[in-house]
Design a protein around this ligand. Structure first.
Ligand code: UTP
Length: 406
């Protein structure tokens, strides 16, 4: 698209300021800017103002397998899970396209070194678990890693430099997620450079669409991969393709399952797996009314206490069935560097809206979802912040408590 046509397109949606520096750009810079604008989907901006509009339906607790029941049936589940892994029916999908802005680490979050006296990147923690499970099952299952165009090269390079952490290199594949524009609070898209609109990863909900776009559907079909275990990069106690979890999911005849931990307290700010008007959902902590937040069952457990930890198993068949369904964009306030009066500004506080698709919205479309309870201290050590709650310090303590040498 040429300059005039691009200007007209942008003017029609009130974004013509993106060409403010066009005149001072080199020919390459001009081409890059026009190309970026052409590729950008500005329609996401229309979701501004729609947040908070949602009316929450009737909430009921999730279908759950609690700790006691799991303990009783552990042997049976594990056997089924190990068999499925050995037969190549399940693969792992690591969501690693986020920017980890709260951690403030300049690089892919998985490259953050959580070690103290030795090097222990987050990726290594997780790959240790992958190797353990693969060894037990006697089969190296596939690991698909979602990156973004911002961290893709650095992530691939890190895996290569670390010898794929001793795993079968041919079983690790990378795919890149989509990007969306970030805008200021008045809806104007930011420039990250004079020649580039600020494009940021579009959230973790588009992972299946991006996996297919990346060309991996063929592998799923050819190898008979029927299940995908999707997990976040920022939990250093993450258990990947946990055979007991896999076995429980397959035995339950569901389309989807999610690991959950009992909420530490009613006020804990964590999404809760439950049902809304009979369909599975992950409700945000802000969406629970007080009477729901504090409600308890006969045993004294919170009725809505199944806190999600971003570890789900999805049926590939069901994902294909719902393929065409669009997920809603959620708006998050984040820090995004931008150009102002010709100079780069690195904000200290959130200054921009990001538009994100969320993996939890896929759960809603799966028809059913089994909650699988795990012990928080053994499986949930999130690294979200540099200090304080869910931080490097708290994750290190939890790793130590689980016998990991730091
Ligand atoms: P978070 O919600 O913590 O987002 O991601 P983030 O971008 O990594 O971190 P902050 O909010 O800027 O501090 C939860 C999981 O989803 C992945 C992350 O990599 C992490 O595993 N994710 C998030 C993506 O893969 N893509 C995204 O666009 C966003």
């Amino acid at each position: 698209m040429d300059y005039e046509a691009t200007l007209a397109r942008l003017a029609a949606i009130g974004q013509e300021h993106l060409l403010d520096y066009y005149e001072e750009l080199s020919p390459d810079g001009r081409t890059a800017l026009l190309d970026d604008v052409e590729r950008t989907d500005f329609s996401v901006l229309s979701s501004i103002g729609s947040e908070g509009d949602r009316t929450v339906g009737e909430l009921t607790p999730a279908d759950m397998l609690g700790l006691k029941e799991i303990e009783k049936r552990r042997g049976e589940f594990e056997k089924i899970g190990l068999k499925a892994i050995r037969e190549g029916k399940i693969a792992a999908v690591l969501l690693a396209g986020g920017q980890g802005s709260r951690l403030g680490w300049d690089g892919p979050k998985g490259t953050f070194d959580i070690g103290v006296s030795r090097e222990l990147p987050i990726f290594a923690c997780q790959m240790e678990n992958v190797k353990e499970v693969a060894k037990k099952a006697g089969y190296n299952f596939r690991v698909f890693i979602m990156t973004s165009s911002i961290n893709d090269a650095a992530t691939r390079d890190f895996f290569a430099r670390h010898g794929y952490f001793g795993y079968d290199k041919d079983k690790i594949s990378f795919f890149v997620q989509d990007m969306t524009p970030a805008c200021d609070f008045s809806g104007k898209v930011l420039l990250s450079e004079k020649y580039a609109p600020a494009l940021v990863p579009n959230g973790n909900g588009g992972w299946y669409v991006s996996l297919v776009k990346g060309g991996y559907k063929e592998i799923l079909d050819k190898e008979g991969i029927e299940w995908l275990n999707v997990y976040g990069v920022d939990n250093v106690l993450q258990k990947i393709c946990d055979p007991v979890f896999v076995g429980a999911t397959l035995s339950a005849g569901v389309n989807c399952s999610g690991k959950v931990v009992a909420k530490a307290c009613p006020e804990e700010k964590v999404g809760v797996l439950c049902k809304e008007d009979g369909a599975p959902t992950v409700i945000e902590y802000t969406e629970l009314k007080d009477e729901q937040r504090y409600a308890r069952d006969e045993e004294g457990n919170l009725l809505f206490g199944a806190g999600v930890i971003l570890n789900y198993i999805f049926s590939v068949k069901k994902l294909d069935e719902i393929g065409g369904e669009k997920l809603p964009y959620h708006i998050a306030r984040k820090k995004v560097s931008y150009i102002k009066e010709g100079k780069k500004v690195v904000p200290d506080e959130p200054n921009a809206y990001k538009f994100e698709l969320l993996a939890v919205d896929l759960v809603k479309l799966m028809g059913n979802c089994l909650g699988f309870e795990v012990v928080r201290e053994r499986e949930f050590a999130p690294v979200k912040n540099a200090t304080g709650v869910d931080s490097v310090d708290t994750a290190r303590e939890l790793l130590k408590a689980n016998g990991v040498k730091l």
